[in-house]
Design a protein around this ligand. Structure first.
Ligand code: NDP
Length: 337
């Protein structure tokens, strides 16, 4: 089959593309700019006969994906802005929500062969930002960030602006599926990953240009920019980008995934855990808080992964492996001296 991957040049998307190609699919990737294509063509040159690209300059424009969806059997919608320093929530909300709607509308009107649309959502739509440790499941929804943005507008935290954009986009996807029940020939699957880390396969000229999650890892683990207090107090859950890429392929293959929102997570982390894993292979990295005892760790945000286990059957890599692979990549690129 042929799969459309939106935002194909992104950190996560390139691993989605790789998993699909490795499994024998043909892939049509959308990018915003022509200039994003040559690197991808080179990266996947062994698959040249099964890979093509289309430029979709503005995903918010109605009909933006009308041509892109023609002849594909499924869609992986990953394109969405992810940065935490937006000045105005609409910067993120407009492309997140309109992009999701547009791709679904184009699929309905012109995607005659489309049987499934997988949306890359986020655990940002699940967690509630409580200050007590909590375990969440797919039943939980982050309405809090939406309210923050509604009441505070441009004065809301950047983190809430991003989280609200993801909640509103995911809600728009489910609303579309509900409104068009019986009229559409495809079902919708939503994947909700927490923090995503692991080696990069997308085009990154300098470490400073890394995507939001990997830049945070680089700054904290390699550059040592955080305080000892932050290294043990900041915590959440995470998944390896390669496992998330595989999850996107599995989400196309499991009939039972249709209509489900699925959390895709390995387990909890705090920064000192990452530092300790990374220093096993590169002891010259900053030590962080050397008095840290993992037995005392308090993890604020945990997820139940019963659905991912049962429906996708996904097995995730652990922290030592992911950290070692990131360190190896950064050393090869000269980002760790
Ligand atoms: P990247 O920044 O690497 O990729 C984002 C992709 O979306 C790029 O292809 C980018 O295109 C495209 N994009 C961004 N803004 C727009 C816009 N306004 N119009 C059209 N396309 C746009 O980030 P990730 O790979 O990390 O993120 C991919 C998805 O995964 C997002 O939906 C994000 O919310 C989600 N996610 C990420 C997590 C993480 O930890 N990394 C965690 C949970 C969810 P361009 O290169 O042209 O800007």
């Amino acid at each position: 089959g042929k799969v459309l991957v939106t935002g194909a040049n992104g950190y996560i998307a390139v691993w989605v593309v790789k998993n699909l190609l490795d499994q024998g699919y043909s892939v049509r990737g959308t990018v915003r700019r022509e200039s994003s294509i040559p690197y991808l063509k080179d990266t996947f040159k062994d698959y040249a006969d099964r890979l093509e690209f289309v430029v979709v300059p503005d995903i918010t424009k109605e009909g933006a994906f009308d041509d892109a969806v023609k002849g594909v059997d499924a869609i992986e919608h990953t394109a969405s802005p992810f940065y935490l320093n937006a000045k105005d929530p609409q910067e993120l909300i407009v492309p997140a929500v309109a992009g999701t709607r547009t791709v679904l509308q184009s699929a309905q009107q012109y995607g005659d062969n489309v049987r499934r649309v997988v949306i890359t959502s986020s655990c940002a739509t699940v967690l509630t930002g409580d200050v007590v440790p909590r375990t969440f499941s797919e039943k939980d929804w982050n309405e809090k960030s939406v309210k923050e943005v509604e009441t505070k507008g441009t004065g809301a935290l950047g983190q809430d602006m991003y989280r609200a954009s993801k909640t509103l986009a995911e809600r728009a996807a489910w609303q579309f599926a509900e409104d068009n029940k019986g009229k559409i020939k495809f079902d919708v699957v939503v994947l909700n990953p927490p923090f995503v880390w692991g080696p990069t396969l997308h085009e990154v000229a300098r470490a400073e240009d890394l995507n939001t999650s990997m830049l945070d890892w680089y700054n904290t683990v390699v550059k040592g920019t955080r305080t000892e207090e932050q290294l043990v107090s900041i915590s959440s859950s995470w998944v390896d980008v390669r496992d998330l890429g595989l999850a996107h392929a599995l989400a196309l293959q499991k009939p039972e995934a249709g209509g489900e929102r699925i959390i895709v997570s390995f387990g909890p982390w705090n920064w000192q855990d990452w530092i300790n894993s990374a220093r096993k292979v590169e002891p010259s990295l900053p030590a962080g808080k050397s008095s840290y005892d993992p037995k005392d760790a308090v993890y604020m945000v945990c997820y139940i992964t019963e659905k991912s286990d049962r429906i996708l059957g996904l097995k995730c890599r652990g922290m030592d492996e992911t950290a070692a692979d990131i360190v190896k990549e950064f050393k090869e690129k000269g980002w760790i001296q």
